[in-house]
Design a protein around this ligand. Sequence first.
Ligand code: HEC
Length: 143
Amino acid sequence: MQKGRSWLHKGFVAFAMMAGLMTPGTTASASAQDAGDPDKGRVLFNQCRGCHSLTAGGPRKAGPHLQGLFSRTAGSLDTYRYSKALQDADFAWTEDKLEEWLANPRSFLPGNRMTYLGMRREADRKNLIAYLRAALDANTQSE
Ligand code: HEC
């Protein structure tokens, strides 16, 4: 676990540097903070992991797995029985959509079945999304 984590973190830092978000020697520039902190996000993901695996091959849980989420259309896995609300949803998951969903799942897609009240703080949502980005990219690479 420890090993995987530090690999993930390094991957994210390398990505952030490539994207020009960080310059070597600066640990937390303002823009890196805007992008969210994946280490904090990993802890926040504890709120989701009871219901969501990060990989298609992970344990079956109440919610759909999240592998490849950022290139998926909402409600599109054949292996999961979604509510009508998600089946009828006609958009692809982007960071913006995910942020809206996490802020208030019920008002974002009325009638959905995800029993989660929402993540109130914007900073938390950004951190969680930064973690998901890094963790889900790592999944794709290891396949
Ligand atoms: C109590 C269980 C539960 C928790 C906690 C939960 N979810 Fe869900 N999630 C679900 C269920 C069930 C669905 C499918 C809802 C439907 O079909 O209406 C879902 C759907 C989703 C989807 C849509 C996926 C798709 O294929 O379109 C995303 C994204 C998602 N959840 C992310 C999260 C994140 C991130 C968290 C943590 C902040 C979280 N969920 C917390 C149960 C949960």
